[in-house]
Design a protein around this ligand. Structure first.
Ligand code: HEM
Length: 134
């Protein structure tokens, strides 16, 4: 498995664990009312699980499995895929924690823009690899 896929999938697993934990805390708060401050994890829960876990897992597996070029050795535009890795993680952290720390809305918005940038960068990488077998 290529190094970037290892990084993407391991990072996705960290978000999986963190997102479930935050969801569990909110669920407990809903049932037994410990401290309403736990609801501030809402955005982080959603970002971690929807983007950090599911999208990033798909990116990791796609980078590994999509058809390669040049006799099966080249994965094409790898810098675009690395850019997607950095953008998606910066985006999830900014969008997830922006509201938790009460930061200006521009922080969460920047996170979402980074996430869109990650999607575009990954599409630039993956598009030429999506083709029928010769
Ligand atoms: C892949 C798994 C999951 C995804 C994609 C996910 C996604 C979401 C999303 C999108 C919301 C917002 C719903 C809304 O706006 O009304 C939400 C809310 C919530 N999630 Fe999750 N979730 C996942 C797993 C879990 C788990 C495992 C738990 C608990 C252990 C959990 C607990 C909660 C709670 C307590 C809320 C707030 C519900 C409310 O508004 O009362 N989630 N989740």
């Amino acid at each position: 498995m290529p190094r970037l896929s290892v990084l993407l999938i391991r990072t996705a697993l960290v978000y999986f664990a963190a997102g479930f934990t935050l969801g569990g805390l909110m669920l407990v708060e809903k049932a037994v009312r410990i401290d309403p401050v736990l609801w501030r994890f809402f955005d982080a829960h959603v970002e971690f699980l929807l983007i950090g876990w599911t999208v990033q897992l798909a990116m990791g597996v796609a980078f590994w499995m999509l058809p390669r070029f040049a006799g099966g050795t080249s994965r094409g535009n790898e810098p675009a895929a690395w850019t997607a890795f950095f953008l998606v993680n910066a985006g999830v952290l900014l969008a997830g924690f922006g509201s938790f720390f009460g930061l200006p809305r521009a922080v969460s918005l920047t996170g979402r823009v980074f996430e869109v940038g990650a999607a575009l960068a990954f599409a630039v990488h993956a598009w030429p690899r999506i083709r029928p077998s010769p």
